[in-house]
Ligand binder design. Structure first.
Ligand SMILES: C[S@@+](CC[C@H](N)C(=O)[O-])C[C@H]1O[C@@H](n2cnc3c(N)ncnc32)[C@H](O)[C@@H]1O
Length: 195
């Protein structure tokens, strides 16, 4: 990871502290209802099987739902405290579920854990995009583009507000849509071959 990215992203201890102190006002104790409803019953919902990543998964509620729906699921978070909670609530890793403690922007760590270019069918986003420094959003999108297979999908519930400061860092729906519509670089043939 480049030093500038590291400076923006190196705050796992901030999140650990928030989990340990119960300063986790985002916690819903269930998958976010709009995402759950869409995944369970919308006619356009992505269909299992497939390999799906939940970045910044926290306590892993969306991860557990995706596994229940038949996806092979990876819950990634750089907070050890979050992943301890996720394991306590949803169990240890198994064939259909992987917990990965890593920084989303640490490409080497992701590849070492099997998250190679083009290797994912889908990504489910819930309150990770608003948790990262806005200066890293382009990196988030580039990471998603790199990891998704051609034709892969990103399903997200985006936190939008216009207050200064964060996290949660604000945005607005038009901006998020414009950012996500930018064509990402497709994986090179070499990258696909190495998966
Ligand atoms: C607001 S919490 C949301 C947790 C979970 N998605 C939920 O909705 O309950 C944001 C999560 O993103 C994680 N996170 C933030 N930046 C990250 C990064 N660069 N790499 C991995 N995880 C990150 C934090 O540790 C935290 O668990």
């Amino acid at each position: 990871m480049s030093p500038s990215r590291q400076a923006l992203s190196a705050d796992a201890s901030h999140w650990d502290k928030r989990y340990q102190e119960g300063a986790d006002g985002w916690e819903l104790e269930q998958p976010a209802p709009p995402l759950a409803q869409l995944l369970r019953s919308h006619p356009l919902a992505p269909q299992a099987p497939g390999r799906v990543l939940v970045p910044g998964c926290g306590r892993g509620h969306e991860v557990a739902l995706l596994e229940e729906l038949g996806f092979s699921t990876i819950g990634l978070d750089f907070s050890g405290a979050a992943l301890r909670e996720a394991r306590r609530l949803h169990g240890e890793a198994r064939d259909t579920l992987q917990w990965l403690q890593a920084d989303l922007f640490d490409r080497q760590a992701l590849e070492a854990a099997g998250l190679t270019p083009g290797g994912l069918s889908g990504i489910v986003e819930h309150t990770c995009f608003c948790a990262i420094d806005p200066g890293l959003r382009e990196d988030y999108i580039a990471t998603a583009c790199r990891l998704l297979t051609p034709g892969g999908w990103l399903l997200g519930l985006f936190w939008c507000h216009r207050q200064p400061g964060g996290p949660p860092w604000g945005s607005d729906p038009e901006l998020v849509e414009a950012q996500l519509r930018q064509p990402g670089p497709p994986p090179s043939p070499d990258e696909i071959e190495s998966c």
